[in-house]
Structure formats: C-alpha cells, structure tokens
Ligand binder design. Structure first.
Ligand code: DQA
Length: 166
C-alpha cells in the first residue's frame, strides 16, 4: 500500500518506464508531407512524450531508427526488460514497416512485449497498401489518426493498462 497522501497510479514503481520507438522516415517529421503528418518535428514528439511521462510519474526513453533489424533488436531488449519488471511496455510507430514486416510481428509475439501501435495519420483513410498492419494482431492496443497527440494517448493507455493489472 502506498503511504497515505502518496500519489499512486496503481503502477508498481519498479515498472515505471516506457520505451517509445519510431521507425523509418519519422526522423523527417516536420518537413515530411506536412499536410499528412503536420508540422511537429521528431524532437517535438519526443518532448511531448517526456512531458506526458513526467505528468504520469513514469520514465520514458525515445529512440528512432530507419533500420528494421535495429528496431527488432530494441524490441528484444525491451521484452527482456519487461520480463525483468523494469518496463511497462513500448509505444511503437514502425512507419512503413507496419505494412511489410512479418519480422517485427514475430519479434513482438516472440517477446510477449506490451506494444501500443501508433500512427500519426489515419492509415485506414489512405492508400489501400496502408490498411494492412502486420503489427496490430500482436499489439496490446492501436492509436490511429490523432496526429502526434497519439503518442500521448498511447503512453496514457500503457500506464492505465498497467494500473488495471493485478
Ligand atoms: C505512419 C503511417 C505509415 O503508413 C507511414 O509509412 C509512416 C507513418 C503514421 O504515423 O501515420 O511512415 O506510421
């Protein structure tokens, strides 16, 4: 039981960390197709994640890579950290790998990692090749079409999800 007056979100303090992973081309946010993705840069997104995490009393680490194998390595690392009780889960915007990567699907399934899949744009209102996600069947949740605010929603969802667990 937390001490009287202590703020608790129902989350085990040992588990209070979230990893935010951004995949290919998300380093171009701000200049990349602003009509689709908006004007916020990746640095803005990472600042939003840090602010959200601080408000909720959790730690966050943000990483970005254009390389599928590195994203897979990070998911393996995160799976081990989650099993060790050090991580609540991962917020993942895998960019176009969402629509192509059976390997990312297998990595999420294989580690049992809690992943919230995020897309800035509403992929379902776009080209047909963006309608299929290899990640959604392995994800704990999906946030689509809320712009960069989706990262905030995903972090809040991961924290609530953890708090709801016994
Ligand atoms: C995206 C949507 C993907 O289809 C696209 O390849 C991206 C960004 C999004 O955040 O809306 O790179 O994941």
């Amino acid at each position: 039981m937390p001490a009287q007056g202590a703020r608790s979100h129902g989350v085990d303090p040992a588990l209070k960390k979230i990893l935010v992973l951004n995949g290919p081309n998300l380093n171009l946010l701000g200049s990349r197709e602003p009509a689709v993705y908006g004007s916020a840069t990746l640095a803005d997104v990472e600042a939003l994640c840090l602010d959200t995490a601080a408000r909720l009393g959790v730690a966050v680490e943000c990483r970005q890579s254009n390389h599928e194998g590195l994203l897979i390595d990070w998911i393996h690392e995160a799976g081990a950290a989650q099993r060790a009780g050090q991580l609540l889960g991962v917020v993942l915007n895998a960019g176009a790998y969402t629509h192509t990567s059976l390997a990312l699907h297998d990595a999420i399934k294989g580690t049992g990692l809690a992943v919230i899949e995020v897309h800035i744009s509403n992929v379902h209102a776009r080209e047909a090749f963006r309608h299929r996600s290899f990640l959604s069947p392995a994800a704990a949740g999906v946030v689509v079409g809320f712009g960069v605010d989706g990262y905030r929603l995903a972090i809040e969802g991961l924290v609530r999800r953890a708090g709801a667990q016994p």
